[in-house]
Design a protein around this ligand. Structure first.
Ligand code: ATP
Length: 282
């Protein structure tokens, strides 16, 4: 692994305000990603004593499947994503990727295999082209431009005063939430990770922008195992597996149809959101 990659990952963590709490085992091996099968086996986790966040959580995500995490604020959605990225170690049980316990592989190889599209993307004071190139620092201009096209950012860039060379970030052009998310998607396309984590934006994007983001997410996650932290149920009806979380517990799991039939918590949330969206449109 080259030093440049290591520095980039550390910088990214700093910017995300996250300090890794785990250390590599002495004999840690590189993660060998083949199909991208993800298994949570009886996972238990708490940030603090006496406050269990996840209890005996088990699920399997077959290669290429899409997992959606739903539930109210504080239910434990981000915690599951953080454990998969190994910001923290589980207290009990284990997380396996293609049969390898993520505690036994190097953090670097694990994190290079996983692409994260966060809710709020950090932009550097540089051009839009350089901001996207950050996904893979050695990438050619051609590859960066292709990633921009695939992330549905081209039209936006065409309207900028200096196109690809337009300065963005704190001292440059401010991007909207949806545009920033597409920069993150373009970075992820460049990185080409085998596993993807999306943190869907909570802030309401306008509908054209939301459509562009969702189409880009759909395109990039095609055939890849992906985890989506979902805030709006309408965006995850096609997910292969949905975990419904409440106060750190999985209260239901299944796909959209199964969960509606169960007529439980998910069906209740679904009806509630349909009602709200309908009212919002009146
Ligand atoms: P949201 O939709 O608001 O982002 P979430 O479902 O992603 O919520 P988590 O962030 O996973 O929820 O949090 C689950 C629980 O863990 C919450 O009760 C939260 O207060 C607690 N928690 C999260 N991070 C920490 C931390 N670093 N230290 C202590 N407790 C934490």
């Amino acid at each position: 692994m080259c030093i440049r990659d290591r520095v980039n990952i550390e910088r990214m963590f700093k910017l995300m305000g996250v300090e890794s709490k785990v250390a590599d085992q002495k004999d840690a091996k590189e993660l060998k990603l083949s199909d991208g099968k993800i298994e949570f086996r009886n996972v238990g986790f708490s940030y603090e004593e006496n406050r269990q966040i996840l209890t005996d959580l088990s699920f399997t995500l077959e290669p290429g499947e899409k997992l959606a995490l739903v539930g109210g604020s504080g239910a434990g959605k981000s915690t599951i994503a953080k454990l998969l990225f190994r910001f923290y170690d589980t207290d009990s049980g284990g997380i396996y990727i293609d049969g390898q316990n993520i505690k036994e592989v190097t953090q670097l190889s694990l994190r290079q295999s996983i692409g994260v599209v966060p809710q709020d993307t950090v932009l550097f004071n540089s051009t839009i082209l350089e901001n996207v190139r950050y996904g893979r620092p050695g990438a050619s201009d051609e590859d960066v431009k292709e990633a921009i096209r695939l992330a549905h950012l081209q039209e936006f860039i065409n309207q900028l005063p200096n196109g690809y060379d337009t300065k963005v970030g704190e001292r440059g052009l401010k991007l909207s939430g949806g545009e920033k998310q597409r920069v993150a998607i373009a970075r992820t396309i460049l990185k080409q990770p085998g596993i993807l984590i999306f943190d869907e934006a909570t802030s309401s994007l306008d509908s054209a922008s939301e459509r562009a983001v969702l189409t880009a997410i759909d395109d990039v996650s095609q055939g890849k195992s992906s985890v989506v932290i979902a805030h709006r149920l309408s965006t995850i009806v096609k997910a292969d597996r949905i975990l419904v979380l409440e106060r750190g517990q999985v209260v239901e799991q299944g796909n959209h149809e199964n969960l509606l039939k169960q007529n439980g918590r998910y069906a209740h949330l679904w009806n509630l959101q349909q009602h709200t969206e309908h009212k919002g449109n009146v």
